[in-house]
Design a protein around this ligand. Sequence first.
Ligand SMILES: [Zn+2]
Length: 236
Amino acid sequence: MDTDAEWGYVGDIGPSHWADLSREFCACGGSHQSPIDLPRRKATEGTIDLDIRYEKAIARLSYKSYGVQMTLDGGHIRVNGETYRLVQFHFHTPSEHRLAGVTFPGELHLVHVGESGHIVVLGIFLADGDAHPGLSPIWSAFPTVEATPPFPFNPAILLPDGREVYVYEGSLTTPPCTEDVTWLVMKQPIYLSDVQIENLTAVHAETNIHNNRPVQPLNDRDVDFLQPVTDPSPET
Ligand SMILES: [Zn+2]
């Protein structure tokens, strides 16, 4: 029972047991957890001032308990005037969030931290389609992820064209499942080929058959479906 408690996605260390594996994981039993099934019938509609300013940075590929991760200082996003720096992104197969009950082949999580320490995660579904050329620098490192030297990467290439987002307050989807995390999940997916999905799943399968936590109860939370607004006074 410690912070290094082993956890996974199946069996007696699987998601339904996380809260009991360590005192530090007790938030996993909380009432504002992620992921969730995003509702088709939107609870609230409105607008969001979302400005994504990713930039090329030296990225380090690694393999964590929850999957393939790229660590980089890759720019920032501004959400309603607050700035959050991108610190890492990683992948889940299949997706963790659902969209009106639908699970996607995968999900990308771009993790940002604000000055106060507040975490904002941008989630992007991975759907079946043509091969995504922007992923080649990462995928070419598979399966020997840890042996790959750092390389320059611009995460902007991972964004879909659309900027409509589902927004809600949730948690990290892996232990310690810390709450007070703001989720922005994009409605529009990005597309990967079958082979790309298979390759990613194969890397994850080294330790986990899948690395997606089941959806959690919404409880008393609202989910907003928000359209982007163009900042009327952009920075010069
Ligand atoms: Zn994640």
